[in-house]
Design a protein around this ligand. Structure first.
Ligand code: C2E
Ligand code: MG
Ligand code: MG
Ligand code: MG
Length: 286
């Protein structure tokens, strides 16, 4: 935590460490200000998930973007962890959920049958107030539970497995789909599979990015798909960057595909435009 960091900084002075520490501090300060007074620095991008059975886009993942006046564009990889450790990830999640619900309403009202997946951190999952909050917002907007789903990484949930299972069960009881994100990179994949109440596994992109040329990745991904299916779960592959990879995944029975080959994460309006343009694109045969 912060005290430990300060001690480390004073005991073993290293310019590289100081640089990272100061960047962390300014991320915390700037992000808190953005959440309170400059929310226009934040935006939600959308990346489609292609249903490989129907060839249609039925789902999108919401991915946060932050463009700060001083720090410039900061990647979520660089600020989500920081916000978790500094104790205000809940504020980010609230912002994301509010925005996603507005966009879900726009999708519904424009006749798009597309469900939005939101990334949650472990702290969100453990927060008893989150599910009632989501339900009341969705109720205000008359949204069906099919309009949203949630993704979280397994390693996030390891600390309090029993509570995590209980919390996720409550989401399932309300009808939300749940996915384990970045599957294969955590510690306890196997033991978790039989106890976590989820509907979907997301194969981590590190196994997918070079799938077309890496025999080892092919073995892992085929095994993960079979494993998921034997537990009755759907599989999403993320990080598809070429057609050969998409064809392999389709051949192995993977249900959903996400990656730059089809589409990068886009601002909402750009996503709608992309979607309307690609209604009848056949990504497997193009
Ligand atoms: P994630 O949830 O695993 O999201 C997938 C990441 O892979 C995204 O990075 C996406 O842009 C990237 N990606 C998708 N397809 C490809 C591809 O074909 N090639 C490559 N190279 N990358 C691809 P992004 O948007 O930078 O997000 C990084 C991580 O930050 C996310 O990983 C997620 O863990 C976290 N994150 C993003 N938005 C949120 C949020 O709203 N809340 C929370 N708690 N975490 C978020
Ligand atoms: Mg995700
Ligand atoms: Mg992922
Ligand atoms: Mg990730």
């Amino acid at each position: 935590d912060e005290t430990q960091l300060t001690e480390q900084l004073l005991l073993n002075y290293e310019p590289e460490f100081e640089h990272r520490y100061l960047r962390r501090l300014s991320i915390i300060a700037e992000l808190k200000t953005a959440l309170n007074d400059r929310q226009d620095e934040l935006s939600l991008f959308y990346q489609p998930k292609l249903d490989l059975t129907s060839g249609k886009v039925t789902k999108v993942e919401a991915l946060i973007r932050w463009n700060n006046a001083i720090l410039g564009f900061v990647s979520p990889e660089d600020f989500i962890n920081v916000a978790e450790q500094a104790g205000f990830i809940g504020k980010i999640t609230d912002w994301v959920i509010n925005q996603a619900i507005k966009d879900a309403v726009l999708l519904r009202d424009s006749g798009h049958d597309i469900s939005i997946a939101i990334n949650l951190s472990a702290k969100d999952v453990m927060d008893n107030a989150l599910l009632p909050h989501i339900l009341s917002l969705m109720d205000d907007s008359k949204l069906d539970c099919k309009a949203l789903s949630f993704e979280m990484t397994e390693s996030d949930l390891v600390r309090e497995p029993e509570k995590a299972i209980k919390q996720l069960q409550a989401f399932r009881e309300k009808g939300f789909e749940l996915a384990i994100d970045d599957f294969g990179t955590g510690y306890s994949s196997m033991s978790y599979l039989k106890s976590l109440p989820v509907t979907t596994l997301k194969v981590d992109k590190s196994f997918v990015l070079k799938l077309d040329s890496q025999q080892g990745d092919q073995k892992i991904v085929r095994t993960v798909i079979d494993l998921a299916h034997s537990f009755g779960l759907n599989v999403v592959a993320e990080g598809i960057e070429n057609q050969a990879t998409l064809q392999l995944l389709h051949g192995w029975g993977c249900e959903l595909a996400q990656g730059f080959y089809m589409c990068k994460p886009l601002p909402f309006n750009d996503f709608i435009h992309w979607h309307n343009k690609h209604q009848s694109t056949n990504w497997l045969a193009k």
